[in-house]
Every structure is written in structure tokens, then in C-alpha cells.
Ligand binder design. Structure first.
Ligand code: ATP
Length: 282
């Protein structure tokens, strides 16, 4: 990989805060082997468009870390680069000290990933898909069976376990994909929009599972658009916009006495006045 290029300076948004980042002024420290996830200067270009600019980010072990940003901010691209799904143009990433792109097999053992928009083997039933994922991870058959039963139960998919995934609703598909991400009991769970399309009862169950997982030493990195959820659920948050890190720290540090949503709008801008669609008014 080449040396990260310098980011183009972004516009200044909102009031200055000690937790706001100015990436163009930062020297890039080395990867932090103590962090559950450490990112240094990942860059992704799509043609002439720089989807992600270099920034450093450390996700502390045992944290529930939210990654938020407007549509097209670069969240999925960032998550894809450090989970090994998308090769970065520059930069480094590690999971508990293992370099993702130098030692992908070891890094992937430590990671459970719920990716956004990645096709599942949807001609399998939910039970078959979770079982197949566990077996691919090299787990013994009886352990896979036990965990598959547990996961289908807590995801409220027991009755749909023998139905083909292609016939699942969006929320059911999300839940079975989450079960696949968890089957090998990874140390870090990376979840891209895990609550999208999931009903409130299932979402609360999933939150309980994730809280327990974190209480037992796991680390969760989750992207979401729902600020209220991130404020209630996460210990830490990073705000990205235009592929740049705008703020990071504990949720209380970043929101600085405001609600996270108010702070987000402050940092990211883009609120319209609601005018301009005069033809829509009756
Ligand atoms: N495969 C691709 N080819 C070209 N451009 C892409 C591709 N994937 C992402 N992009 C662009 O990169 C930018 C970041 O996209 P990304 O999907 O990472 O954003 P996001 O923050 O996850 O957005 P959302 O919240 O809407 O899911 C966008 O401008 C998007 O159009």
C-alpha cells in the first residue's frame, strides 16, 4: 500500500470543540495494538471521488462504539476496508493488534461482520445458513448446532428456521445475518445498520444481546443513522462526513451537553429550510 495522501481540507462546521478533529493538521500515530480496532489513514478513491480520507481512529476494547454520518459520508466504505471486504488505496487497520491486510485470516477470526448490502446464500434456510457459516469457521458440528439453536431462538427466528432466506422479510434477513456474524463468538462485532428494518421487539432483544456481549468483554462497532439510539446505546461515537472524521470520543464528550442529534447537525450541517417545493403544497 502506498503512503496515505493528505486529505483536502474540509469546510469548518459548527462551534469548535476539543473533540472535533482537524485531520489535515494531525500527524498519524502508529496503530494502537491495545485497541480493539485501530485505523490509520485508510483511503478509498472511486474514480476521481475520494470516498474516505485519511484519519486515525481507535476503538477501545470493551466499548460500544457508534459510527455516524450523513448518507454517503463513507461509513460503509470505512467499515468495508477494515473488515477485509474492500481493499484500501492506502492506510492500515488492525483488530486487537492484528493487521487486517497483512494477516487477514487471523484478523477475520477476531471479527464478526454484518455487512450492508452483501448477498447471502439465500437459497439456504435460515438454519442451514447459520450452520453453514459456523462450519465454514471450522467449528465442530455439535457446537454449531447448539449455537444455531440459541441464535435462532434469541433472534425470534425459530419458527422460520426452515424457511428459505430468500423468502425472509428485510428484518428477518438482517437478524439471520447477525446470527451468522455471531456464531463463532468473535471478539469484535462490526455491524452496519443492524437495526434497519428490524421490529422494535427484536431490536430491543438484539440490544440486550449486544449489551451482554460488551459486558463480557466484547467490542461492538455499529453504524447507524438513529442518533437517539446511538446516544442511549453507545459508550463512544465517531462522526464522519465527506469521508473525514469530524469528531470522536465518548458520547458525552462528543455531544458536549447537547443531544447527539443537535451536535450531529452542528458538525455535519446540511439542514434545509423546507422551502423550494412550492408545487407540493396544496
Ligand atoms: N462501489 C462504489 N462505486 C462508486 N462510488 C461508491 C461506491 N461505493 C460507495 N461509493 C461512494 O462513496 C461515498 C461513500 O459511500 P458509503 O456507502 O461509504 O456511505 P455511507 O456513509 O455508508 O452512506 P449511507 O448512510 O447512505 O449508507 C458515496 O459518495 C458513494 O456514492
Amino acid at each position: 500500500m502506498s503512503t496515505p495522501s493528505q486529505p483536502t481540507p474540509g469546510p469548518a462546521f459548527g462551534a469548535p470543540s476539543p473533540y472535533e478533529k482537524q485531520p489535515q493538521q494531525q500527524a498519524m500515530p502508529p496503530l494502537d495494538p491495545q485497541a480493539a480496532v485501530s485505523l490509520r489513514g485508510l483511503v478509498k478513491m472511486f474514480g476521481q471521488h475520494r470516498a474516505v480520507s485519511p484519519f486515525p481512529l481507535d476503538v477501545p476494547s470493551g466499548s460500544f462504539y457508534g459510527l455516524v454520518g450523513p448518507n454517503g459520508a463513507g461509513k460503509t466504505t470505512t467499515l468495508s476496508m477494515f473488515t477485509g471486504l474492500l481493499r484500501p488505496d492506502a492506510g492500515q487497520a488492525s483488530v486487537h493488534g492484528v493487521d487486517v491486510w497483512a494477516d487477514p485470516m487471523e484478523a477475520k477470526r477476531r471479527l464478526g461482520v454484518l455487512a450492508d448490502g452483501v448477498r447471502l446464500f439465500d437459497r439456504l434456510s435460515g438454519r442451514q445458513l447459520v450452520t453453514y457459516t459456523g462450519r465454514l469457521r471450522g467449528m465442530p458440528a455439535d457446537e454449531v448446532d447448539q449455537r444455531t439453536n440459541d441464535l435462532l431462538r434469541v433472534m425470534d427466528l425459530e419458527d422460520a428456521g426452515d424457511k428459505l432466506v430468500v423468502d425472509y422479510s428485510a428484518g428477518m434477513t438482517k437478524k439471520v445475518a447477525l446470527a451468522c456474524a455471531m456464531i463463532h463468538a468473535p471478539r469484535v462485532l462490526v455491524l452496519d445498520e443492524p437495526f434497519e428494518a428490524v421490529d422494535p421487539v427484536s431490536a430491543a432483544n438484539i440490544r440486550d444481546i449486544l449489551n451482554q456481549y460488551v459486558a463480557n468483554g466484547g467490542t461492538v462497532l455499529v453504524s447507524s443513522h438513529v442518533m437517539d439510539l446511538v446516544q442511549r446505546m453507545c459508550t463512544h461515537v465517531a462522526v464522519i462526513a465527506d469521508g473525514q472524521l469530524r469528531a470522536s470520543g465518548t458520547v458525552d464528550e462528543v455531544r458536549g451537553g447537547l443531544s447527539l442529534e443537535e451536535r450531529f447537525v452542528d458538525l455535519v450541517g446540511g439542514r434545509g429550510t423546507g422551502e423550494g417545493l412550492s408545487w407540493l403544497r396544496s
